[in-house]
Design a protein around this ligand. Sequence first.
Ligand code: MG
Length: 506
Amino acid sequence: MPSGEWQFKLLNMQNWLFKNKTILSILDKYKDMWALSYASGVAGWDLETYMPEMGAMARGEALGRLSTIRQRLFLDKEFIGLIHRAEKQKNLTDPERGVIRVLLHSLKFYEKLPPKFLEDFSRLTSQATVVWRGAKAKDNFKLFEPQLSKIFDMNRRMSDFLGYKDSPYDALLDQFEEGLTSREVERFFGEIKEPLKNLLVRIEKSPKFFKKHKLENALYDEATIKSLNLKIMKLLWADSSRLRLDISTHPFTTSFSNTDTRITTWYHKKDFGRSILAVVHEFGHALYDLQCTDQLEMTPIQGGSSLVIHESQSRFWENFVGRSESFIQYFLKDMSAAVQLKLSAGEVYSYFNKVRPGLLRVEADEVTYHFHIMLRFEIEKGLIEGKLKVKDLPEIWNSKMKDYLGIVPKRDSDGILQDIHWSMGSVGYFPTYSLGTFLGAQWEHEISNMKISKSTNYKEIEKWLGEHIHKYGSTYTLEELLKKNGMKFDPKVNLNYLLEKYSKIY
Ligand code: MG
């Protein structure tokens, strides 16, 4: 469809979804901000995939300026006036209320944080990412320590600007998952800690427990895995005209519209499961955006925004599809070809579903993963509340690793320096990974009648997820969406699933 026609179709459709005059004026003005986000999104995707290294300085500058322009548009008096006028109106539809909710949340951020603070923060974090990379390569936390101290100082100040009730950390959590508090996160971790620990102890005592699977060290032919990944994409989502796969240092998903979504994966010469499961995981994120209703395009509620819901989608696909018997069986020949071994389905299944304490969060299994998050949560909260000091972090990290997983990293790059998040200024992000994973199991529970592990026809599942989650974009908060589906967040569902599954394997 030519783009003019597409826009015409879109505008006509919006007329029935958004009727309120004030909302329509807001959406009209918002299109400029949407276009800026779109441009930043494309520039950000390119930065991670194809940009030559020397482009970093100019790209950083351009992205910084785009975000300043966006803030300026946001803080336009007329625009703010419209939002506040709409806020007071009754009889708004759900999508209209969603638009206002999302805009008010952004407005709070832009209004409360002084522009100078935002500019300093943006400069600090773009430099810190470079410093972090260097420190990680040299295995030396001391090189990153000054930047990290500044980042936590600024995050602490940010929480003061934004305001909070109980803990300053709550103001930061709210930036990633609207309304989430440290008390809720603590209650959640309190509920899962013991059962997961007990399960891990049982697994480690099992005669079937192993430290390393032979497939982790098996070298693979990259071209074969690359074409296998494309086959996987095709099986999961037939319409390649709306989705593409590229390579980046760390897998991610980005969506410009529900007609253009990008995912990436990585290749490490060995351990092919990491590349494959990354594709399935990122596809889960992509699907959320691909199945968002057309009428929400170019609005503030386009695509999924709640990080917990987003991660619940990626984890759903990774854990229940990617690690399933049927999926492994379907691609067994290709996997065998990639490592030039005659693999059995059972062998790959035990490789894809191994559990053992490890040093790296991104390599962690379904059971130990959450200990990595608990450790980060405790450290972040302690630093933001002023109870811990950045200079003591390597030591704190190691002692918590010993407590949770019984192992200690020998190098900073396998410990405190492993994640990029802090260097980017993101504090309060990690808990959404665990919460999302647990929610992912609840979606599976809802559709357990579809027997995901027994088939490779995923159409019906996609349709269900589209109808119950994706089509709404960011219309609802996590809590509202669960209520709409007659659900409540319940960690027991994932705990039971893990217990049942891993008691069978180990
Ligand atoms: Mg993810």
